[in-house]
Design a protein around this ligand. Structure first.
Ligand code: 9MR
Length: 544
């Protein structure tokens, strides 16, 4: 059937042929959608459920045409003691893959983790020999059955330095070229990859990787591909992901997203899941936009089996299926991208620019005002979310400022701002601002607010009042109100409080008789003052 023929052709080939894009039914699985675009869609596979869980196997075989052993091909599994090789789980996966039209990514040959202590304890010369022997045996065992090997894994630190590990400490950086050379010799048909995390955007770590790949290629080291693991956080997909993929591709190597997951603080809710859908859509779209981005592998597909909650406390829900094997919005986001769109996004896939770094003002025991430089967008910025490190939304606004409420007293907050547009595109998060809420009045644990109002104003003089309200959940025993006069006003007399005045900076503490405020209770102090013609109220009045 004609549509089948079209589906087998990479989009790029169709475009090169100058033909109009054919219309055919949208793919209904990730593997079909990827194949129609000349890519693969893969998943990491855990040995346990592969051996005995029918729901797991059903989704695996329906949705994916590439698999990676989550653990079964690592050194501790394949050569637990010197020269003694075991391939039970790995062979089971390869056999399964071959029976279900799935190619296999081999993961991984040389890594600092999951490598037995007998290896780590070897002296330099023996270590190099053991590495070459391991590669010859493992790659040789699977020769002809592996599409690509992650030859070296995670050899950089996050600052862009070479990772200090038993490999580098004993062998310097030379083990990298030696590993690729040994892998090529053992299976000339397998694509050979370098693989790492936190290299998805353009940053010092990805630039170090870029420079090494360029050097290795110039030295004739047999390297074919770069794996960007892509362990990401909802709301924090790098805006330059596509640009970064492209620069690696421009070195003349394939690029793959090898371990994609996008985590959130649990429990999930509909907003987080919608944002996760947008993020999965964007990642998929970025790969499809670069011809040499050959495929995407998710690091597991069901939240039932994910490394994330074990490593990041309180986080999870990172994968496209939930624990009950129901597809999440994230799944739809990827399928929509493979089918050429954002799925309800109205065709707009461009995210707003990153907001400016927020500044915090008017920090109280329960709130703070954040202000930042606005983002721009090809359509329009419709709002902003204020998120913490776990990506929980603490507040939202339509403009470039917002006052957060409901914060916890005496607590440090590190917050970022994300801009949104009508299509659901989200910017990358701004740089962060950190502030600490005050402890609450008079050493109490409550929160309070202060409202300033001018009662009367005349030539060069005025009277004003400030109402202090306990907005916390506990009684307070004292309060302190501060502000800065904007027009050089001076207080001449104050009642129902104790005044400290330093230039335009005003501090008023409670009098002996009005410091105690029950929950929701208020008190007022007043004062008269002078001004020189302008008498604006202070822009922020804080209470603590
Ligand atoms: O998902 C893997 C988990 O089951 C293992 O316990 C863990 C041990 O190191 O490795 C996990 O997979 C990692 C992968 O091999 C390399 N990149 C990071 C992955 C998540 O930690």
């Amino acid at each position: 059937m004609l549509t089948k023929v079209w589906k087998a052709l990479p989009i790029a080939a169709v475009l090169l042929a100058g033909a109009a894009l054919p219309s055919y039914a949208a793919a209904s699985t990730l593997r079909d959608g990827a194949a129609a675009a000349g890519r693969y869609f893969g998943t990491a596979v855990a040995a346990g459920p592969l051996s005995n869980e029918s729901q797991y196997i059903t989704v695996l075989d329906r949705e994916f045409n590439s698999v990676t052993a989550e653990n079964a091909m690592k050194w501790d599994a394949t050569e637990p003691s010197a020269g003694s090789f075991s391939y039970g789980s790995a062979d089971a996966l390869v056999t399964h893959a071959q029976a279900h039209g799935q190619q296999v990514r081999g993961h991984t040959l040389v890594w600092h983790n999951q490598t037995p202590s007998w290896v780590q304890n070897l002296a330099a010369a023996d270590l190099r020999t053991a590495m070459q022997n391991h590669i010859a045996n493992v790659v040789g065992h699977f020769k002809g059955k592996i599409y690509a090997w992650d030859v070296v894994n995670e050899i950089f630190d996050d600052n862009g330095g070479f990772r200090s590990s038993f490999w580098s400490q004993k062998l310097g950086q030379t083990f990298v070229a030696d590993a690729f050379t040994a892998a090529r010799a053992a299976d000339p048909a397998a694509k050979l990859y370098i693989n790492d995390y936190n290299v998805e955007g353009v940053n010092s770590k990805s630039t170090a990787m870029y420079n090494l790949v360029r050097t290795l290629k110039s030295q004739g080291v047999p390297i074919d591909g770069v794996g960007l693991q892509a362990h990401l956080i909802v709301g924090q997909v790098p805006s330059d992901l596509q640009q970064n993929i492209q620069r690696f591709a421009d070195l003349g190597v394939d690029v793959a997203l090898t371990e994609l997951d996008i985590r959130m603080q649990t429990p999930s809710d509909s907003t987080k899941l919608a944002n996760q859908r947008t993020d999965y859509n964007r990642v998929t779209t970025a790969c499809l936009a670069v011809t040499r981005c050959v495929g995407i592998t998710v690091w597991g597909f069901t939240d039932k089996y994910s490394w994330v909650p074990d490593v990041f406390s309180g986080q999870g829900a990172a994968l496209p299926y939930n624990e009950n094997y129901q597809a999440k919005p994230a799944y739809t986001g990827m399928l929509d991208a493979l089918n050429g769109g954002t799925g309800g996004g109205g065709g707009d896939t461009q995210a707003p620019t990153t907001p400016g770094t927020p500044t915090a003002s008017t920090v109280t025991s329960s709130g703070a005002t954040l202000t930042w430089t606005a983002s721009t967008d090809n359509t329009a910025v419709t709002g902003y979310d204020i998120v913490n490190a776990a990506n929980t939304v603490l507040g939202s606004s339509t403009g470039a400022t917002t006052t957060l409420t409901g914060l916890t007293p005496a607590t440090s907050y590190t917050l970022r701002v994300i801009a949104k547009d009508a299509a659901g595109n989200r910017s990358t998060a701004s740089a962060s601002v950190t502030f600490t809420t005050t402890t609450g009045g008079g050493g109490g644990s409550g929160a309070c607010t202060a409202t300033y109002s001018v009662v009367n104003s005349w030539q060069n003089g005025f009277q004003a009042g400030v109402t202090v309200t306990n907005t916390g959940t506990a009684a307070i025993t004292g309060w302190t109100v501060t502000w800065t006069f904007p027009n050089g006003q001076t207080i001449t007399q104050l009642w129902n409080g104790t005044l400290t005045q330093s230039g335009s900076a005003i501090t008023v503490r409670n009098a002996s008789y009005n410091g105690a405020l029950g929950v929701g209770a208020s008190t007022t102090f007043g004062f008269t003052g002078t001004h020189t013609g302008t008498n604006n109220a202070p822009s922020s009045v804080t209470c603590s």
